[in-house]
Write a protein that binds this ligand. Sequence first.
Ligand code: KIV
Ligand code: ZN
Length: 389
Amino acid sequence: MSGKDRLVIFDTTLRDGEQSPGASMTKAEKLRIAKSLEKMKVDVIEAGFAIASPGDFDAVKSIAEAVKDSTICSLSRALDKDIDRAAEALKNANSSRIHTFIATSPIHMKYKLQMEPDQVVEQAVRAVKRARSHTSDVEFSCEDAGRSEIDFLCRIIESAIDAGATTINIPDTVGYAIPSEFGETIKTLIERIPNSDKAIFSVHCHNDLGLAVSNSLAAVMNGARQVECTINGLGERAGNASLEEVVMAVRTRKDLFAVETSLDATQIVPTSRLVSTITGFPVQPNKAIVGANAFAHESGIHQDGILKNRETYEIMAAQDVGWHTNSLILGKHSGRNAFKSRLEELGIQLETETELNAAFSRFKDLADKKHEIFDEDLQALVSDTKVPD
Ligand code: KIV
Ligand code: ZN
């Protein structure tokens, strides 16, 4: 035992991720992703929003039947009919969770719900009790918590825990928070709510200001023990916190985080590829962890460092997150060392320093004309350079 707390990884690629415009998936596609998430040892898979459509119901039901090692969750508004539909879809799961939510910010209560705060608390309590009549694992979310008043959050959360909620989720629904402020919110909630020790505090951050991962990590530093996230950061508008970034941040900086996850990180890249192929959303080359360039080095100084000791320019090993290997890209910034090392890997022997120098100089000329030099280019270039026997 490491003595560290467990950080629950709650993946919502199949629910919030699917809410990304253009990312809707078939049941068969969702099942493939769910199996991949299970293989990766994700703790909770939010499989969909059962009442949203017959197709969503079917997908949640099939995932609940096919996936046995992760908890399967369905979203529901704080309404009896939603909660009962979620329970129906989840009934064959090994382990199920109902996730119910209601908005708590002044703007949402006034314009969207058109309800008084007292009514919102009453409906939340009723919903949590209803969900508890179906399962012992109930998550309650305060939608738009990032713009909600702290006193009201304390009040509704205390009531939700009393009603039986076992996870309390604090969403930054519109990606408005900044890390220091969001971390402080989590700390204050945990300190001020008298029964906070009866529930796990969770966060669900959107990326409208590009801060979803930073906000999630600030929350973890202040006591959150579940993070809701998606593969490749897929999700509504600018997306959700990216699972791969959150997991690798707490792993790589274990000196700073008092938590550990059960995730098999070697499944990250295969799952990222699967999600990208299914949704048709490409992963940007410079995306952390899963982008094609995340472990690729082009400059001569960096390549030389990597060849001497990988850790000079890498804080994680490519293989740890499921890449086959890191790579030294040969281009105009590359140095002699990387050039020589690639020739050796290709089994090309240059007899003399003169031959090597000539080949390197031809390589530099070619690299000025081409973005990347491939192995075939090297073969051609070297056969032109070699002095005939
Ligand atoms: O962003 C959000 O507030 C949500 C909730 C339903 C958890 O997705
Ligand atoms: Zn969301």
